[in-house]
Design a protein around this ligand. Structure first.
Ligand code: AMP
Ligand code: GLY
Length: 436
């Protein structure tokens, strides 16, 4: 099969790496890809949200399956366009992608179909929102309705902070039209977990549980990021909790959508808060998580292409359950100094080869660029430069999470670039739980 992966981050590197292991994959393309992906796939210079060019490419190159990484093309309707032209694609339709693209849509669906989530109210008027905050008090959570590159949520400790969030989102319009409506919701407490499933709208196969680390600094301090590290499995999600999440969150959502006339194909990712009153849904994403995917896929023994193909053809029922490596996997993100705010690009990355030589270590590139320094005969010299906020996802396996952490940091310590920043406590919470 000829397979096209859309996107350019660590998640897409992990997808391409896993797809390359499939007996079904003959040729892999990635648009636009990155320095590391170029080792497994032919990188094509088309942006992830340029649907017209992607369509044209898939038609011309006779692509048998397209896999979409990021949310933007999904919420713009890439799946609908491909399907309309008879091209096979893995991911939800534009209507289904509203689960991520509109938090109001997601919350109203959850309320209608009894999916456990924080109590909430929707506002389209900033004055009313501020009045409500004064009555309801703090803490509370203010969320922009639309996509905001993961920055549209403010967990406000005080009434002033919450009102400031309303001002920024609805009046200063820092996220543009994404702030036409907001949600104000109850502040939940507990540990977070990411539950990802693949579905064809009827059947569901669950991927292993994972946990992300959203804040930039150790001890969950500092601003939110796209994710600074992840591990899988998440011991906080016991077998019983996993089943409860599938029953009350995943199935109710997919069945609810079906009742609304929306058939959901692709990955459904539920961000869950494990509260003392049971699991509650924080958000849905309509795609693979990043960096969760980097920590999940190295443990998956089954053929990912077979699973995605079955889901996009509505034939998931034919698949038996998935096979997993029982070992734990940890992914530590190496980021550019300054991220998630301003940072410089173009720094030379050293130590990659040494790190990669360690057993059971795989380095997923997120923001890197390959530079060929010298291309004489067989002796091509190349180097990688930083080209984004999150630069690398250094990923390692171990018998326990504790072992996987020690092993992964051994690799991280071999790598360097000017300004490199990484968290030193990825997986720490899970170790405490493992040893309890
Ligand atoms: P979201 O994009 O909705 O997942 O929100 C981003 C982050 O904000 C989550 O990963 C949580 O850490 C936090 N968050 C979102 N909603 C709530 C809530 N109701 N209570 C407490 N924290 C929340
Ligand atoms: N790791 C969080 C996300 O993918 O949205």
């Amino acid at each position: 099969m000829r397979i096209l992966v859309i996107g350019s981050g660590g998640r897409e590197h992990a997808l391409v790496w896993k797809i390359a292991q499939s007996k079904l994959a003959d040729k892999i393309f990635c648009a636009p890809g990155n320095g590391g992906i170029a080792n497994f796939a032919e990188c094509i210079d088309i942006k992830a949200d340029d649907i017209l060019k992607l369509l044209e490419f898939a038609g011309k190159e006779k692509i048998d399956l397209t896999v979409v990484g990021p949310e933007a093309p999904l919420s713009s309707g890439i799946v609908d366009e491909f399907v309309a032209r008879g091209l096979k694609i893995f991911g939800p339709s534009k209507l289904a992608a509203q689960l991520e693209a509109s938090k109001v849509f997601a919350k109203e669906l959850m309320a209608k179909y009894s999916v456990p989530t924080a109590a909430f109210k929707v506002f389209d008027n900033p004055e009313e929102a501020k009045k409500y905050i004064e009555q309801a008090g703090a803490p509370c959570v203010v969320k922009a309705d639309g996509l905001a590159a993961g920055k549209g949520v403010v967990v406000a400790k005080t009434v002033d902070e919450a009102k400031q969030a309303v001002r920024a989102i609805m009046e200063e319009r820092i996220f543009g039209a994404s702030g036409n409506k907001i949600i104000i919701e109850e502040c939940l407490e507990g540990e977070e977990a990411s539950i990802l499933v693949i579905t064809d709208g009827k059947e569901v196969v669950a991927l292993a549980s994972a946990q992300d680390h959203k804040r930039i600094n150790d001890g969950d301090c500092g601003p939110n990021t796209g994710g600074m590290g992840a591990y899988s499995p998440a011991p906080a999600v016991t077998k019983e909790l996993f089943k409860e999440i599938l029953d009350k969150v995943i199935y109710r959502t997919i069945d609810g959508l079906a009742k609304e006339g929306i058939n959901y194909h692709g990955v459904l990712y539920a961000g869950i808060m494990l509260t003392k009153d049971g699991p509650k849904t924080l958000e849905f994403n309509v795609r693979f998580g990043d960096p969760e995917t980097e920590a999940i896929l190295p443990r998956l023994k089954s053929d990912l292409v077979e699973i995605m193909l079955a889901a996009s053809e509505g034939k998931l029922a034919r698949l038996k359950s998935l096979e997993w490596d029982p070992r734990a996997c940890v992914c530590v993100i190496c980021a550019s100094g300054g991220y998630p705010d301003n940072y410089e690009k173009g720094k030379i990355i050293s130590g990659l080869e040494d790190a990669q030589k360690l057993n059971d270590i795989v380095i997923f590139h997120a923001g890197t660029k390959l530079r060929i320094i010298n291309d004489v005969g067989q002796r091509q010299e190349r180097e990688y430069l930083t080209d984004g906020g999150r630069v690398l996802g250094v990923t390692g396996l171990g018998k326990t999470i504790k072992e996987a952490i020690a092993h992964t940091y051994q690799a991280v310590e071999k790598i360097n670039f000017s300004g490199m920043h990484y968290r030193r406590d990825i997986g720490k919470k899970a170790v405490a739980r493992e040893e309890r």
